[in-house]
Design a protein around this ligand. Sequence first.
Ligand SMILES: [Zn+2]
Length: 284
Amino acid sequence: MMKMSDKMKQAMEKICVADAIIIGGGSGLSSACGYNHYHNNEMFQTHFQEFDDKYGIKNLMKGIYYVYSKPEQQWGFYARYFDFMYQAPIGQAYLDLKEIIKDKDYFILTTNIDMQFSKVFPEDKICYFQGDMRYFQCSQPCHDKIYPNRKKVERMLSSMEDLEVAEDEIPRCPICGWKMIPWVQDDTFLRGAEWKASYQRYVEFLKKYQNKKVVLLELGVGDMTPSIIQLPFWEMTYNQPETFLINMNLEETTPPLHLMGKNLNFQMDILEFSKCLRKEMETT
Ligand SMILES: [Zn+2]
């Protein structure tokens, strides 16, 4: 087993000599910063306890998929959740990440929908593979457009009474009049022009750096949707001679044996990881 400090040094060296960095960002990155969308924790209890008291909702994702008895209640939860994420300070791991890659060309592929990446990095450097809670779409969808929702969220919030938004504040599609939904992965998720353009930027970036020195930085990617980040990253590492994979997860992940020598695997807290790596960069 390699010593942790040696491993960290090696990761830093790989990043320093890389022509480009591709970040695969998963939910573990936000969880480490206190934005855990999947579990009951202090953040949930502090800001969303009323939803537990009223509906028995124990975490944020449960609140998204809970079957409410009327849309006013559903939008009451959405409005509070989205507003919370709009106001949420940038997590430290994201700030560290920005410092770590600041001298590099980079691209971010993420399954996170919680606005954290967009608070730190420019839009044209990010592909939100599973959508982004800053937007609504028509629930059919009847047309190809996504709508920024911040103002609407504020209006819904100010109309709230007893955790329900006013009936006339429920978002409606401006074209067909049917209800709107958050622009996030589900049965009717709109992979329209906007989504395709951002995915295309990712594909172009991969092309540009094909056969160059690339570091894939996989951060907090769980095993819920391996086909989006993890498996393609493994494949690229295997197929591209100059590609190196650094993956970091609180849970144990085991990259396949044939990546041996082209991969550094960290199982630790992401905050700790990003802090150490940043320190390593700054003292070099
Ligand atoms: Zn519509």
